[in-house]
Design a protein around this ligand. Structure first.
Ligand code: HEC
Ligand code: HEC
Length: 473
């Protein structure tokens, strides 16, 4: 318990060294106009090719800035592009609170507790943090904003198969807000080199994404932390289970059970450090199953989408951070196969993804609206997710535990596994491979929660939705 608290504290200070939350409005002159331009660009459906898709088509405020089509979320779990027969390989994460993501590339922290999953290689001492996207491959919001335009499976602004900032610039110049763009960036705004104008377009988007409108800290939980409202008994139990303390903080009187959520979805004990973000933006392989319904598995036609097809077909495995960080260091994706240094997944990053903020995880336009969760959209409800964390390593036979350290974890099981095989089930990176119980310090997989306790964690997660109006709920 002490070791876990130390880890949480060291991650918290690592995250704190970066941009910390400050809720006040930005006083920089002209800032409001820049944010307005950024919002107009973010919502502009003429900027895709063909027209019809904006950033907000995939990151809509009413769904906590995630994908706003319930049917697509339920059936696919990933996003459809400007060309509607194409899909992204991953689900669209929220852009809310993304301004607090530490700048990429993801960098390693020494894990003094040595407890993260009990791994036995170099990776056991490293925790990677930061960067945009599920795999951290963009450094800043400005950098990130350059990608969706030029992605053939997203806004598809390509000419002869090559991303074309020029196409985007031309459309902004022809937009109904072009004069306002000139008012902010100068009369000659559109006469400058294309890359400069494109950089300003992306800069304006980033300014909007950094505005308090996108990250308002206006949830019931925030009101609770300020002392303005009480949580219901169910919500309070959920907070205590998620944190493992009576106080609902990282350090306090141990609660009856500890689901250990805040080890990755980190919070701040001291309000002076800023409001809790409910993530450290750290990477982990929690054993999420493959999403067999993801149409990307069948998006294999190199001729029609040379830049966005899936060369591996059904064999595609999303290596997450391992698919990005090894290649930028001159090794093949996952450090596997030809060109690898033979050390395997020595950084323990294959199949790891950035832990998203839990803020607005339940935000939806109406109760029946389905959201898709995790990097591949495989999960469709918060109850399903909490049950997964609770029972990932279990089977239908009580007491039987699946051990991912074994060559074939599924051999000689007496019961049926409760969950499909993880997308990346290997002990080099998967957290708590042996399925240790929470009392033994195991995170994820065998938490010993009752059905009711799972419900209470879900009830608590719902208090993280922005726009709470006391009395209204
Ligand atoms: C077709 C749907 C789609 C469109 C359009 C789209 N996005 Fe995304 N967005 C995604 C997906 C999918 C990801 C995750 C991709 C990945 O991790 O590889 C993502 C990731 C992001 C992230 C990273 C968040 C994080 O937690 O790291 C940001 C920020 C973002 N998008 C902003 C934008 C902006 C700005 C635009 C418009 C210029 C845009 N998106 C357009 C689907 C979309
Ligand atoms: C070891 C780190 C870790 C722990 C502990 C952890 N999570 Fe996560 N969580 C993650 C990562 C990483 C992801 C994304 C995984 C992926 O997409 O493959 C995630 C995703 C989620 C999501 C989906 C969010 C979205 O926007 O798609 C929810 C909800 C969630 N976690 C809730 C919880 C709860 C509740 C607990 C405690 C029972 C918990 N987590 C414990 C790391 C962790």
């Amino acid at each position: 318990m002490l070791a876990l608290a130390l880890l949480a504290a060291s991650l918290a200070s690592a995250a704190r060294a970066q941009d910390r939350p400050h809720v006040d409005a930005d006083p920089v002159p002209g800032r409001a106009e820049l944010v307005d331009i950024g919002r107009l660009i973010f919502q502009d459906r003429t900027l895709s090719n063909p027209t019809g898709q904006s950033c907000s088509s995939c990151h809509a405020p009413e769904t906590g800035f995630r994908f706003p089509d319930s049917r697509v979320n339920r059936e696919f779990g990933v996003a459809t592009g400007a060309i509607p027969t194409r899909v992204t390989n991953r689900s669209a994460p929220t852009i809310a609170y993304a301004k607090f993501i530490p700048e990429g590339p993801p960098y390693a922290h020494f894990d003094a507790s040595g407890r993260m999953g009990g791994r036995r290689n170099l990776g056991s001492e490293l925790i990677f943090i930061g960067g945009m996207f599920w795999d951290g491959r963009a450094n800043t919001l400005e950098h990130q904003a350059t990608f969706p335009f030029q992605n053939p499976n997203e806004m598809n602004d390509l000419v002869h198969g090559v991303g074309s900032p020029e196409l985007v610039v031309r459309k902004v110049r022809a937009s109904r807000y072009a004069d306002r763009f000139r008012a902010v960036f100068g009369d000659d705004a559109f006469r400058r080199p294309t890359e400069d104008v494109f950089a300003d377009i992306c800069g304006a988007i980033a300014a909007y994404e950094r505005s308090p409108e996108v990250s308002p800290f206006s949830s019931k939980y925030d009101a609770f932390v300020r002392g303005d409202v009480r949580l219901s008994p169910e919500e309070m139990d959920g907070l205590r289970l998620a944190t493992g303390t009576w106080e609902g903080k990282t350090i306090g009187t141990p609660y009856a059970k500890n689901a250990q959520c805040i080890l990755c979805h980190g919070i701040e004990d001291d309000p002076k450090a800023g409001p809790s973000l409910w993530t450290f933006f750290c990477y982990a392989n929690i054993g999420v199953p493959r999403n067999a319904a993801n149409p990307f598995y069948r998006q294999t036609d190199a001729v029609s989408i040379p830049q966005g097809y899936n060369p591996d077909g059904e064999a595609f495995v999303d290596l997450g951070l391992g698919g990005y960080l090894y290649p930028v260091n001159g090794l093949p994706p996952g450090n596997r196969g030809a060109g690898s240094n033979g050390a395997g997944d020595f950084l323990a990053i294959n199949g790891t993804f950035k832990a998203p903020t839990l803020r607005n995880v339940d935000q939806r336009p109406h109760p029946d609206f389905v959201k898709a969760y995790m990097h591949n959209g495989v999960f469709k409800s918060l109850k399903e997710i909490v049950h997964f964390y609770n029972t990932r390593n279990l089977t239908t036979v009580p007491g039987e535990v699946i051990d991912f350290n074994r060559d074939d974890p599924y051999a000689r099981l007496r019961g049926t596994p409760l969950w499909p095989r993880p997308e990346y089930p290997f002990p080099s990176s998967i957290l708590n491979p042996a399925g240790d119980t929470a009392e033994m310090g195991g995170q994820v997989g065998n938490l010993g929660l009752t059905d009711e306790e799972e419900d209470h964690i879900v009830a608590f997660l719902k208090t993280l939705t922005d726009g709470y109006a006391p009395g209204a709920r």
